[in-house]
Design a protein around this ligand. Sequence first.
Ligand code: PLP
Length: 393
Amino acid sequence: MTDTTISNALARIQPSQTNAMTDRAFELRAAGADIISLSVGEPDFPTPPHVIEAATAAMLAGETRYTAVAGTAKLREAAALHFQRDLGITVAPAQVLVSTGGKQSVFLCLTATLNPGDEVVVPAPWWVSYSEIVHFSDAEVVKVATTPASRFRMSAEQLEAAITPKTRWLLLNSPGNPTGATYSAQDLLGFAEVLRRHPRVLVMSDDIYAPLRYGQGPHATLAALAPDLAERILTISGVSKSHAMTGFRIGVSAGPQWLISAMTRLQSHITGNACTISQAAAVAAFTGPQDFLLDWRERFRARRDAVVAAINAIPGLSTPVPDGAFYCMVDATPHMARFGDDNALAMHLLEHGVAVVAASAFGGQDGFRISFAADDAVLQTAIARIAKALESQ
Ligand code: PLP
């Protein structure tokens, strides 16, 4: 008999529930069911033509070999330009690591530094992979619950209360998945004050949704606002969400040399370099025209407004207006007595033709996340189905 024991590290984690729901929607569709998937977090816009051209040109020019593990010199330079221009963070190209998606950047920084028993402070609801990656490293998630009333933002007081001598990381994600929570400069300066009192705490700032902010003013990020903390802040960005390049699998991170070196060491044994062709495409994304991003943002804003209004008009559902990204975290508390839990509610909605992800997958509760990165007519149909599904029974 084959011994099918898996590692203790793997046994501690669950498959990504957003991917699981998306896969389930694909399967049902393949079997002929009419399913609208609002479970996946990717823009529905086509990848910009100049990016596709750069990828094609790279292939034709023979850029089909390994590159340096940390990425090509061109992409590290282009990413350093992006961090400066778009996030206000000054870094040398040597302080940039190119990985296979932002997801790998998150995995590397946590896995390269966490030890059993370390604690990681994460405002909830959080992006699904954060908690699982922390558990993979045998570390503990310290959950800081946030509410719609604060637009899902943690306060400096909550942060202070969550930190203990075992705290190793604080994970920030602004604009955030799954809530759209977006921290202001003032919020972040408050966190910086707290962090100065706790020198062992590292900060991961996942800014992958930075171009998708609906408020006024420039994007606020900790590394730009508190340069004195730069030796312990890793900022993660990428092209997946901003440039509709999810399939290219490129993520970039910028941080102190010691951390970038540790992450590169780990990456050298996992994927080695990120896809060479995708790296050439990402150079075009960072250095080419950026004006279309404003148009995309306005289209997302219009969808957001329509979706929020339509959800809030359904009895028993409510959602605050998200300040960034393309998700709504919908509260369905009044329906919980009927369904038992939010997983049962998500399955019920799937039976009515809409794939969403239960809030509990994100460390939340009694609700679900929808992505509004879909065509207007599709969104309208999906919301009509949700309304109907909650009427029935
Ligand atoms: N960070 C957040 C908050 C995300 O929502 C995602 C994707 O859903 C990622 C990182 C990873 O993006 P990718 O690996 O596609 O670049």
